[in-house]
Write a protein that binds this ligand. Structure first.
Ligand code: NAP
Ligand code: G4F
Length: 374
């Protein structure tokens, strides 16, 4: 599908008489970007997405929008771009003239940020500055509203439980530190230039569209594959880590609500419930009829199937991080009171949704393999 993109990018020209609300999303090919694009289209927006050139297809999460002739190049436009390229950002803002910008693009993997710290800072930190500066340069500063994808990773070594908008930050990874720059440059441009720029401090949110190397999706994919005899064992890192896991489409709805608030303010979105990785594993396997018992400790801890004695989960230190965030749990009171936002899906229901989706995916993979050999 990527073949037509440059055409989609070059034919669109901003017209001042066009009154439909326009949103620009960086990171539209990611988990959140894909849900947000769907929701904004459903709300009647014209949606523009920034997409990176890739040597392989990177659009699977938005292909259903791209392949819809009612939408493509009518209300849904894709443009090549990158958060490391200022001239590209300037050009896009000039051409599109968006009313709302959602900056979701990022090198978003915490562990990977230890391997590519400089690139992570470029994209997640300075990329935010580039966007804000482009807004100033093209004269959109009094018009546009800007959402920054800030993160509970800012709290890192937590200074308070639960974490609120007022809790001091203590990031524990190059990713967290890069996002800290993003957070403060938003505050600074808001205070210096009056730009309607806001931070959504979002706690972990997951879905069937979650990238396969984040822990929840890694667990639900492996559990379904193990249950069908396609994989022997799941290797994980820190089983004791605790996260506040919510359901991604509810959080992208929260992003939109944050931008509809006339005062540019920062908000925590979370569920206020924290759970260990180990418990997420147990619930995921249990939904497939596999009861696990965890035995041992540290790197020797294993998850054993009670009925057969098979070891299905092991610890592999290669998934440990140089510095870990042990516990996250967010207090979303401000979002509830000011935006009417509340999470609906609890983490165990979320695990079941993801397991069911991965099972369905396995079914279609098996079917398409069969079709290919027949
Ligand atoms: P994701 O699935 O990893 O998506 C990241 C998106 O950013 C992808 O579209 C990716 O493009 C794009 N991207 C990466 N590098 C880029 C660059 N140099 N220029 C432009 N785009 C680039 O992440 P997500 O889970 O949807 O998260 C969305 C945002 O929220 C991220 O900023 C993340 O850090 C933040 N956040 C996420 C969570 C969470 O729990 N999901 C919580 C708090 C904050 P490709 O598809 O081409 O790789
Ligand atoms: O799923 P994770 O990789 O997510 P993490 O590090 O919390 O980051 C995610 O949420 C942040 C919001 O708090 C976002 F800002 C960020 O962009 C991303 O979306 O890891 C969750 C926990 C960690 O403590 C990790 O050490 O799970 C632990 N874990 C244990 N075994 C593992 C594994 N994580 C991964 N990715 N892979 C494992 O095998």
């Amino acid at each position: 599908m990527a073949a037509n993109l440059s055409a989609a990018g070059s034919i669109y020209l901003y017209h001042p008489m066009n009154t439909q609300r326009k949103a620009l999303i960086s990171g539209i090919t990611g988990q959140d970007g894909s849900y947000l694009a769907e929701q904004l289209l459903a709300r009647g927006y014209e949606v523009h997405g920034m997409i990176r050139r890739s040597s392989s297809f990177n659009t699977s999460r938005i292909d259903h929008l791209y392949n819809n002739p009612e939408l493509l190049d009518r209300r849904f436009f894709l443009h090549y771009g990158d958060l490391t390229d200022s001239s590209n950002l300037n050009r896009l803002l000039e051409r599109i003239g968006p009313d709302e910008i959602y900056n979701l693009g990022a090198q978003s993997h915490v562990k990977v940020s230890f391997d590519v710290p400089e690139y992570t800072a470029e994209v997640d930190g300075i990329g935010t500055l580039r966007f804000l500066d482009a807004i100033k340069e093209v004269g959109l500063k009094d018009h546009v509203r800007f959402y920054q994808a800030s993160t509970s990773e800012l709290y890192g070594k937590v200074q308070e439980i639960p974490q609120t908008e007022k809790t001091p930050f203590y990031p524990r990874s190059p990713y967290g530190v890069a996002k800290l720059y993003g957070y403060w440059i938003i505050v600074n441009y808001r205070e210096s230039y009056g730009i309607h720029a806001t931070n959504g401090i979002l706690f972990n949110h997951e879905s069937p569209r979650r990238g396969e190397t984040f822990v929840t999706r890694k667990i639900t994919r492996a559990a379904t594959r193990i249950s069908r005899g396609l994989q022997d064992c799941l290797l994980l890192g820190n089983l004791d880590a605790k996260r506040d896991w919510g359901y991604a489409p509810e959080y992208t709805d929260g992003m939109w609500r944050i931008l509809q608030n006339d005062e540019p303010e920062d908000f925590v979105l979370a569920t206020n419930i924290t759970t260990t990785v180990r418990d997420f594993v147990s619930v995921s396997f249990s939904h497939l009829g596999i009861q696990l018992e965890f035995r041992g400790g540290g790197v020797d801890e294993v998850g054993v199937e009670v009925s057969t004695g098979r070891t299905l989960v092991r610890v592999d230190p290669k998934y440990f991080r140089p510095t870990e965030v042990d516990l996250l749990v967010g207090d979303y009171t401000k979002a509830r009171e000011r935006l009417g936002w509340e999470p609906k899906t609890k983490w165990d229901e979320l695990a079941r949704i993801m397991v069911d989706a991965d099972l369905a995916l396995l079914g279609s993979e098996v079917k398409s393999t069969n079709a290919a050999v027949m």
